[in-house]
Ligand binder design. Structure first.
Ligand code: ATP
Ligand code: MG
Length: 573
């Protein structure tokens, strides 16, 4: 006998947004229809904060069989362009989300204009010819009422005439604005006759020079939601004080259309969640643009940038970004999340998918003096011990190899289990060797290290089973290839980089956020397999990906996605 059980909210593990959506569905609102939107302004590249909004907007639509549309909030031509539009589309697809339609706020300029005219005709808006400073001065404070503009009660005809003038090439930018006539004493400052239209002559990336008067965000966003039939308009907490205005303009819009609540009760519902803030980075498009413009980074997709394209170029996967967002969740209060959580998510994901290879970043040569000079053996290397289906590849072994310079010490401290005279150490996937000495130059720098190998200790042989404390990675000197390796680290050295106000932004940058190694030695397998988008674990070092812009077959370039372990914990705390 089948038993149907209603799961409680806790059992379903719903976010508070999903709980509200389920409530609306239970009440039969909007005939059970779910429609969301992701509304970027095309004035920059998307960053990890946007990914949080994207996961919510698309996630809710997916979960409740709805649709999520994309809407470009393109109401300020001075900052927007098509390059940004293209990249936003690309980034959302890469994250793995599918939109229903693509809309533009600029498609509604005509409708918004008509609505603004209706507002004027019905005494709800007027043209103010004061300066921006005068208007700001009259706003008052949350506890003291504002002062009415001298133009507040000007005749409707005058405002209509001036509104038309605002939309001509002759209108002077800043000479007048259209303001909604609401309530100069309202404790919500957004109600104190907000500016709803302004003059801009910069050509628009889609409508060219057709318009000269442009709606402000608050006069475009909610209306666009309404025109499109959005049921849940999910945004970030800074829009909480805008919500009454959002609702007010929709009331007017419905009144204009003669829609009473009984006739047509559709109305988008705004729901707000906390923005993503991250330590050791900034997530403001204005600041990110500054980094790009001042050449402090190599463009919006510099691997140190918190942009989606930067993270992608750095070697992050969509899965790791989504796992991170899932981990931090959605709340109703502002907080700052630790970037090490994002780093944990990418380590966890790459541990499962990255192919293990050998690369020596700071090479020193080791000669295995009892290994025949003309002999080469192909050693079988596991591709990924975490994934039994991943198979193996071979790596050549010969008399001369490279190891990391700091894996050798002539006079080591007690717990040094790497290469040192008279001690055995294991070469990963090959033999156990014993160091017999080294050669130094005049300055005491090690030039060459000498070892003897035990022919019975080859990986897999019984002789390999004995206990040897250290295992080193290596590459065959004769077979390895050179590669450029870019060791990236956090872009900012300061934990609360986005909050610091009293220091210059430039002082907060991490001076060691990139180190370039020109001639790392990498195993020959990578010559054929370092495709863009591939992920590798350089054993004992970290996770790396070929740089999609600069890496070629002739000159391989690898970006360090992340170190194997979090070294910031001990050093910087
Ligand atoms: P900025 O203030 O950096 O310019 P923005 O909020 O103006 O960013 P938009 O393009 O308007 O950027 O944002 C599109 C959507 O992404 C909005 O719904 C916004 O709330 C959301 N969003 C932007 N930044 C974050 C963030 N840090 N965390 C979560 N959501 C964000
Ligand atoms: Mg915005």
């Amino acid at each position: 006998m089948a038993i149907t059980e209603e799961k409680t909210v806790e059992e379903k593990n719903l976010s508070f947004v999903e709980q509200l959506v389920e409530q609306d569905l239970a009440e039969g609102k909007n005939a059970g229809r779910i429609q969301t939107r992701f509304p970027p302004e095309p004035n920059g590249y998307l960053h990890i904060g946007h990914a949080k909004a994207i996961c919510m907007d698309f996630g809710v639509a997916e979960k409740y069989n709805g649709v999520c549309n994309l809407r470009f909030d393109d109401t300020n031509p001075t900052k927007e362009n098509n390059e940004y539009v293209e990249n936003i589309l690309n980034d959302i697809s890469w994250l793995g989300f599918k939109w229903g339609n693509i809309y533009y706020a600029s498609d509604y300029f005509e409708k918004l204009w008509d609505f603004a005219v209706w507002m004027i005709q019905n005494g709800h808006a007027y043209i103010d010819e004061q300066t921006a400073e005068q208007i700001a001065e009259q706003k008052g404070t949350p506890t003291t009422p504002g002062v009415a503009s001298p133009y507040r009660d000007r005749p409707v005809e005058e405002s209509l005439k001036l509104f038309n003038k605002m939309n001509t090439p002759e209108a002077v930018e800043g000479s007048m604005v259209l303001r909604a006539k609401l309530d100069m004493a309202n404790p919500n400052m957004h109600f104190r006759d907000p500016i709803i239209y302004r003059i801009i002559h910069t050509p628009h990336h889609r409508t060219g020079t057709k318009w000269h008067a442009y709606p402000m965000y608050d006069f475009a966003h909610g209306q666009s939601d309404f025109f499109e039939g959005v049921t849940h308009s999910i945004c970030t907490l800074e829009f909480v004080p805008h919500r009454p205005l959002y609702d007010k303009f929709i009331d007017y819009l419905k009144e204009m259309r003669g829609e009473t609540e009984n006739l047509h009760d559709f109305r988008p519902r705004q729901i707000e969640f906390n923005r993503l803030n991250l330590t050791y980075t900034v997530l403001s498009k204005r600041k990110l643009l500054q980094l790009v413009k001042e050449g402090l980074v190599d463009g919006w997709d510099d691997p140190r940038m918190p942009t989606i394209s930067g993270l992608r170029r750095r070697g992050f996967t969509p899965e790791s970004i989504k796992a991170f967002i899932n981990r931090i969740g959605y709340t109703k209060f502002e907080a700052v999340n630790d970037i090490s959580l994002l780093e944990f998510s990418i380590r966890e994901d790459l541990n499962k998918r990255a192919t293990r290879v050998c690369a020596v970043i700071d090479p020193v040569k080791v000669v295995i003096t009892n290994y025949p000079d003309d002999q080469v053996e192909q050693m079988e290397m596991e591709n990924n011990p975490e994934d039994p289906t991943s198979g193996t590849h071979t790596m050549p072994f010969s008399r001369e190899i490279y190891i990391e310079r700091d894996d050798f010490m002539e006079n080591p401290p007690k717990k040094f289990f790497r290469m040192t005279p008279d001690k055995e150490v294991r070469l990963k996937g090959a033999y156990i060797v014993k160091c017999t000495g080294c050669k130094k130059d005049a300055d005491g720098r090690i030039e060459e290290i000498y070892c003897e190998y035990d022919p019975e200790s080859k990986s897999g042989m019984p002789g390999s089973m004995r206990k040897v404390k250290g295992t080193l990675h290596w590459v065959s000197a004769r077979h390895c290839i050179d590669a450029e390796v870019r060791l990236y680290d956090r872009l900012f050295a300061v934990e609360n980089a986005s909050e610091v106000k009293d220091r210059d932004f430039h002082e907060l940058l991490n001076p060691d956020s990139i180190k370039v190694v020109e001639h790392a030695k990498i195993e020959p397998f990578l010559a054929e397999n370092a495709e863009p988008g591939a992920h590798f674990q350089f054993q004992r070092i970290g996770y790396f990906t070929p740089d999609k812009k600069d890496s070629t077959k002739e000159h391989l370039v690898f970006n360090r996605t992340i170190t194997l372990k979090d070294s910031w914990q001990k050093i910087n705390k």
